[in-house]
Design a protein around this ligand. Structure first.
Ligand code: ADP
Length: 261
C-alpha cells in the first residue's frame, strides 16, 4: 500500500509539473501560430516560403494538440460519479469511436443484455474508451479489428480470470481488443507509467494509459492488459457492480398514496 501511495504521489508531482510546463508552452505556441498566420496573409501558394510556413503552422497545431493532452492530464477534474449503463454509454460513442479508429479499421461491439449499472463519471469513462481505441488503432497501421465488449461477471466467475487483485464480488467487464502488433512483455510491463511511450516524438505523450489507469482506480476498478507480440492486445476493465439502495419504506407508501388519489 505504501508503495502504491508513493507511486500516486509521484504521478501527481509529474502531473503538476507537466501542467505547469504545458501552460507556459501554450503561450509560446499561441505566438508562433499567430505570427505564421500573419505571414501567410502575404504569401500565396507557389511563393518560395509558402511550403515552409504551412509546415510551421501544421507543426504548431500538432504541438498544441499534445499540450492539450498534457493539460487534460494534469487537470484531472474532480469525479462526478453517476449510475451508468456502460453499454448505453459506449453505444452513444459509436460515431466518435468510428472517427478515432479511422477508415482502415473495423469497429465491432458486443454487448450482453441487461448489463448491471456501475458508478462512474461519464466524461472520464469516455476518455478511457477513447484512449484505448486510439491506441488500438495506432497498433494496426495496416488495418484490423477493434472489438469493444461489455458483460456482467458474477462473483463466482471472478477466479476464472486468474487476476488475484480481484475480490469475489460482482463486476461489470469492459474489454477493448485489437488485432494489432501486440507488445513485448517488457513493454506491457511499463505502459501505465506516465511518459512511457514507444511512439515517435510528436505522436505520443505516454500519458494516455497513465490517465486511464488513474481513472479506473479512482472509480474503484481494475485494469489488466493481455498482449501477444504479433497477435494483438486485450485491455480488460473491471468495475464494481453498483447495487442501488432500495427505496425507503416511507417513500414507497407516499408513492402508493399518490397513485390511489
Ligand atoms: P502513447 O499512446 O502516447 O504512447 P499511452 O500511455 O497511451 O501513451 O501508451 C503507452 C504505450 O503503450 C504506447 O506507446 C504503446 O507502446 C503501448 N500500447 C498501448 N496500447 C497498445 C495496443 N493496443 N497495442 C500495442 N501497444 C500498445
Amino acid at each position: 500500500l505504501e508503495e502504491q501511495f508513493a507511486k500516486s504521489q509521484k504521478m501527481q508531482a509529474v502531473g503538476n509539473l507537466a501542467g505547469g510546463i504545458a501552460h507556459d508552452f501554450n503561450n509560446v505556441l499561441t505566438i508562433i501560430t499567430a505570427s505564421v498566420d500573419f505571414l501567410l496573409l502575404n504569401h500565396r501558394q507557389g511563393d518560395p516560403s509558402y511550403g515552409d510556413l504551412i509546415l510551421i503552422k501544421q507543426s504548431a497545431n500538432r504541438a498544441a494538440s499534445l499540450v492539450r493532452q498534457l493539460l487534460a492530464y494534469s487537470r484531472r477534474q474532480t469525479m462526478r460519479p453517476k449510475m451508468l449503463n456502460l453499454t448505453d454509454v459506449i453505444a452513444d460513442m459509436h460515431l466518435l469511436l468510428k472517427r478515432v479508429s479511422g477508415d482502415f479499421v473495423k469497429l465491432e461491439r458486443r454487448h450482453a443484455r441487461d448489463l448491471w449499472p456501475v458508478m462512474a463519471d461519464i466524461g472520464q469513462f469516455e476518455q478511457v474508451v477513447t484512449n484505448l481505441v486510439g491506441n488500438a488503432r495506432d497498433a494496426m497501421p495496416e488495418g484490423g479489428t477493434i472489438t469493444i465488449s461489455t458483460r456482467n461477471v458474477e462473483a463466482k466467475e471472478v477466479r476464472g480470470f486468474g487476476y488475484p487483485e480481484l475480490s469475489d464480488d460482482d463486476y461489470v467487464l469492459v474489454e477493448v481488443a485489437d488485432t494489432g502488433t501486440g507488445m513485448a512483455p517488457e513493454v506491457a510491463e511499463r505502459i501505465f507509467e506516465p511518459f512511457f511511450t514507444t511512439k515517435e516524438i510528436g505522436k505520443g505523450t505516454g500519458l494516455g494509459l497513465s490517465m486511464v489507469d488513474g481513472i479506473v482506480k479512482q472509480s474503484g476498478g481494475f485494469i489488466f492488459v493481455d498482449s501477444k507480440l504479433g497477435d494483438g492486445t486485450v485491455f480488460r476493465i473491471f468495475l464494481p457492480r453498483h447495487v442501488p439502495a432500495a427505496l425507503p419504506a416511507a417513500s414507497q407508501q407516499a408513492g402508493g398514496g399518490i397513485a390511489k388519489g
